[in-house]
Design a protein around this ligand. Structure first.
Ligand SMILES: *Cc1c(COP(=O)(O)O)cnc(C)c1O
Length: 465
């Protein structure tokens, strides 16, 4: 299997090269040249299997023979062993045909652990096989940095540099990064906002000389291996509640469109999906796109579900590529300059509407849903999950089709919003208690490209002369 760019440039890469590169050389995103498909018999055989077996079935199809099944299995097993629940992503029933799938039982209590734990092990393996090291640089507004720090700690072949905006992430989120004691995890508190962090990371990526000297690599949600790892829980949910002939719908709290894109790919692989619901907070660019066909980035408005406070949903480019009939030229023309937004054609919009629905929740809606779910079931949900539940409730489905809302974070990560919604302060799990106690370690840097570059050159083991 080969990976091609949504913008048509560069040459196709295999799975390992695409995983290390993250972004394609022309600024596009890697997609597989064809989607592998599960036969009906294969889906029947997978039903009832452990999460790890399903992850192997998915990833081996995308690895295209570049990694042996035994290698993939060993990394998947180790990744999922960091989860605190035997089912890994358990389903909880909240209504006659309504379910929540809890994706937050990993080390940092958010769904990003599922993919990041797997990706870290695969990257380390690929680099070691090549006798190489890499430097990973990532900007975070909270959850990605925490998931990356936990996943990459202690990996021999990799140094991780996390840039976060000083004073602008929650105490829990900051401590999840800064209490990691491993020497290969470097946390940089940037004197600026998230946009400054992202601007610095992008500038370092496009600086060829620097990029090559430190063997720079990326792990944000545009990395294909992360999307591939996330496909597993759609398989897990759909086969638990449906089957080859019984469809299931999913509601997905959405920011960068990485999580829900995995659901779309699961459908392309033959999973019987009735609807995918794009659930947004007041940063509703994707809800507006689904309703009007016009993608128009605005300004980020802070919300009580901060991990979805985003105005440019990078992974949407992969869906546009497919909606356009894989017309890289039309993707290039629309994505190269997003400042004025772009339009979907009527045909693209109709194709999108066949599989996707959408919804929006502002902070008041979010608080109300947290209260309603608590009153109806006693379940305490986090604000991101509440956004998903509102959109799920507003989506009409054919009789008998189950709706699964993805619970993307543990409520204890967002205690204030949860208390405001249902009057209860969520209990803090023991692993988060440790994070609140352990000593912190970080380096304060100005919001300047040169200062960050110097720090990386001084500290990464991947640096060559
Ligand atoms: C990252 C994140 C999301 C959004 O996921 P995308 O893949 O960016 O759409 C939703 N909820 C939580 C808790 C997150 O951390």
């Amino acid at each position: 299997m080969q990976y091609i760019s949504t913008r048509g440039g560069g040459r196709p890469l295999g799975f390992c090269d695409a995983t290390l590169a993250g972004l394609a050389a022309d600024g596009g995103l890697f997609v597989p040249d064809t989607y592998p498909e599960f036969s009906e018999a294969e889906l029947v055989a997978l039903a009832g299997q452990p999460f790890e077996a399903m992850a192997l079935a998915v990833l081996s199809r995308f690895a295209g023979g570049e990694l042996a099944d035994a290698e993939l299995k060993s990394d998947i097993d180790a990744a999922m062993a960091t989860f605190r629940h035997a089912a890994r992503t358990p389903l909880v029933q909240i209504g006659p045909r309504d379910f929540v799938m809890e994706l937050f039982h990993g080390p940092t209590f958010a769904f990003k652990d599922v993919a990041m734990q797997t990706l870290a092990r695969l990257m380390d393996r690929i680099l070691k096989a090549r006798g190489r090291r890499a430097t990973i640089v990532t900007a975070t507004s909270g959850d990605t940095g925490a998931a990356a720090a936990e996943a990459f700690r202690g990996r021999d072949a990799i140094d991780l540099f996390i840039l976060y905006p000083d004073g602008r992430v929650s105490d829990v989120q900051r401590r999840q990064m800064t209490t990691i004691a491993d020497a290969n995890v470097h946390t940089l508190a940037v004197a600026g906002d998230f946009d400054d962090c992202q601007r610095i990371v992008k500038a370092l990526f496009v600086d060829r000389t620097f990029n090559e000297r430190v063997a720079m690599s990326g792990v944000n949600s545009i990395n294909w291996a992360r999307v591939a790892a996330q496909i597993t829980y759609y398989l897990f949910g759909a086969l638990a509640l449906g089957g080859p002939h019984r469809k299931v719908a999913f509601s997905v709290p959405t920011g960068n469109f990485g999580d829900i894109l995995a659901g779309y790919v699961a459908g392309r692989m033959g999973l019987p999906i009735e609807k995918l619901v794009i659930a947004t907070n007041q940063n509703d660019i994707l809800d507006r796109t689904a309703r009007t066909g016009r993608y128009a980035p605005g300004r980020v408005a802070p919300s009580t579900s901060p991990s979805m406070d985003i105005q440019v949903s990078s992974n949407f480019e992969r869906l546009v590529f497919d909606l356009s009939g894989r017309d890289a030229g039309s993707v290039m023309a629309r994505m190269a300059d997003l400042s004025n937004g772009f339009e979907l054609t009527d045909g693209e919009r109709a194709a999108m509407a066949r599989l996707f629905a959408s919804g929006r929740a502002d902070d008041a809606d979010t608080a109300r849903l947290i209260g309603e779910i608590y009153a109806e079931t006693g379940m305490i949900v986090d604000p991101h999950t509440a956004v998903g539940l509102k959109a799920a409730r507003e989506t009409a489905l054919p009789d008998g089709v189950p709706m699964v809302t993805l619970a993307t974070a543990h409520p204890a990560k967002f205690p204030d919003a949860v208390e405001a919604g249902c009057g209860v302060v969520p209990a803090r799990p023991a692993a988060l208690e440790r994070v609140m106690r352990d000593p912190e370690r970080m380096t304060r840097v100005p919001a300047e490209i040169g200062a960050v570059a110097d720090h990386i050159l001084d500290h990464s083991r991947a640096v060559t002369a």
